[in-house]
Design a binder for this molecule. Sequence first.
Ligand code: PBE
Length: 305
Amino acid sequence: MRTKLIGVILVLAFTLLLAACGGGGGEESQGGSGEGEGTTNVSDAVEHTIIGIEPGAGATALTNNAIEEYDSLAGWEHVEGSTAGMLTELDEAIRNEEPIIVVGWNPHFMFAQHDLKYLEDPQGVYGEEEFIHTITRMGLEEDMPSANTVLDRFNWTVEDMEGVMLEAQDSSMEEAAASWVEANQDSVAEWTEGVEPVDGQEIELVLTPWDSERASHQVMRIVLEDLGFTVELTPVDPAIVFQAIATGDGDASLAPWLPVTHGAFYEEYQEDIVDLGPNLEGTIIGLAVPTYMDIDSIEDLEPAE
Ligand code: PBE
């Protein structure tokens, strides 16, 4: 009886030992032996899929370029959809500590809400120094000199914009912009100093539908309304922003991300628009992942085939 029990225990112990060895060996071949195999797992784990945003976004075109340019992204899938959808998937993945690769950017509150990092982009597909520019239709300076002066002077920082975007999460973009204007009267005074007020003159600002641009255009709406303008805000795709300003359908926009993100549209329409230069510097676009993921560069991903 006793020897039988010892026998059973021995068999059990041996089985456990085997399992332990097997497990150990498995782990080693997963993570321990060389980067190649370790990163294969990241690519497999996300099923060679990048969670993207709206089809019309500059960031979407850049991500398609990245898939073409990087051997490491050959055969990858890029799921286009919406910013809201991407943020929901990102939230969910992080809650479950699962791997995910998304199209990310700053200014945005996604980096304030989650621990994220950009994957290095050694080929520079997503560009280096990026700015947000102010553009106007031809002739705005002559037709609406007051508005043109304010538009030309308008500038703020990534922190300003992200602050408004974050606050809008708990209220509305209108309210968040109003409280920014309230708290930053010095900046507003710089933009409006010596500018002649007007009496209800109508001006149409054309923007893209992202929170970053909703923030800047709401701030500009308030500043122009305080000078007596009647301001209309029209949200459209980036391609249409340029087209509207080039044809004179819209008066001005604070929305173009340049030189890379909307660079193709800029080239197409630059003869027919006035570029007043950057209103914000230091935007970033790229592939973003939660910091718990063991991957640092787009180059270290693995092709799907
Ligand atoms: N974005 C936000 C836009 C511009 C602003 C980066 C998503 C785009 O990619 O076109």
